[in-house]
Design a protein around this ligand. Sequence first.
Ligand code: AHR
Length: 518
Amino acid sequence: MVSVKPLLFLCFSMVSLAAMADTARIDISIDTQRPGAVLNKNIYGQFMEHLGRGIYEGVWVGKDSPIPNKNGYRLDVLQALIDLKVPLLRWPGGCFADEYHWRDGIGPRNERPRTVNSNWGGVIEDNAFGTHEFFEFAELVGAQTYINGNLGTGSPKEMVEWLHYMTSDADTTVVRERKKNGRERPFKVDYFAVGNESWGCGGNMTPDYYADLYKQYTTFLKAPENNQPKFIASGGTDVQTNWTQTLAEKIKRSGNVRMDAISHHYYTLPTGDWETKGSATGYPEEQWFSTLQQTLRMETFITDNVAILDELDPEQEIGFYVDEWGTWYDVDKGTNPGFLYQQNTIRDAIVAGLNIHIFNRYAKRVQMTNIAQMVNVLQAMILTDKEKMLLTPTYYAFKMHIPFQDATYLPVNLSDTPLYQHGDDAIPALSVSAAKALNGDIYISLINTQVDNAVEVALPQVSQVKGKLLNSRDMDGHNTFDHPDNIHPTDYTATEVNGSTVISIPAKSLMVLNLGQL
Ligand code: AHR
């Protein structure tokens, strides 16, 4: 009988050699002597809007639900978010924020008004999830809070009273009302934004008009000394820098109102076309490539705006936040178009990692971002189907980066920058980010953007690495309710060989490695 084993081994070796031939080894050195900015943990913030099943079903099911819950918050999602160490939650929108009247969401739940969510599917909003529910949820998750105020259809009085209701301890009628509604102590508001996308769904304003309104509203927004939020102005679109210019000029120079940051939004669309954005699954390599290429535009968008701030705000008093980012695809077939429900694949995990690397590079100004959105909407961490829940590849990308929260940025040098060529275009095949974690350990995050080829790197300073690898055989590998564990991180360890640790980063993968204390 002839054994087939040697033949198989020979074939395997030839394949390995062929793959290796494509990959030159890249030396990576980490500059521990020139630490950069602290990576504010709120770079890893989340966004939850009254949109589709993002809050209702995704987070809030109510106390009487058959879905196991604590005070109405579904337990499976809550635990997953606690495990994720979510640092910050932004609420209630988005476009929804500029039509949200906070008084609709306080008091006995069965007496709250029923309104229409005109932005997202025209569905009935019963206001069961309001101010108290949001803060209780944030406290359970262990997250800081970001409230987005209503500039579009509200009034200065309404906004001022909401901030007072949430933060004050004075014996006023409004604070008595909060206490009557069950909350003795003030809530902690960490960030407060005046309006959302005021260039579009928030009122179609010009930057000049918005700047005047921002000054008017913030003049009256008052909170106790020990409970001061950072005040955020809503910035322009991804292709604009004129909002940053106008806001920095008009508001900073006026000197008597606070603007701690300007916040922008940038979404990744595979095609770059809002009419036909591209599919969340089953896409060709062309759209794998274009999605990553579009994502990398985030860097230019940040540098263009930061350059303006560097000129107009050399004292670095104004942060540049990205309080909405992530992939936006055509909605999954058969779902309500207004609910923005989409699957989430290994491609999304790579998009998340690339964005995180960019934010880390500009962490001096980019001190806060929020991926859109946390559950069941756009690039979600978690998807639910009634009582079922799954964790997406993006969830794992965030989880792997937990050691980067509040770590210190470390520059990296690459001996070469390999390219991923597709047609006439090319993007970097390898993206790297390193940081010193709070416990002193050095972490490195590595992404191979290519569909087919591995990238081999050497870490000459390092004797042992251990960490996690997230990858997929298929370009659109994802988790389903029937197979929720298709894509998950696996353990990775490597040790020194001939004075250098060599790591082969598989195609379509993200790695986060602990390098110990260098
Ligand atoms: O995240 C979905 C929507 O995208 C938000 O409501 C809005 O701010 C943006 O246009």
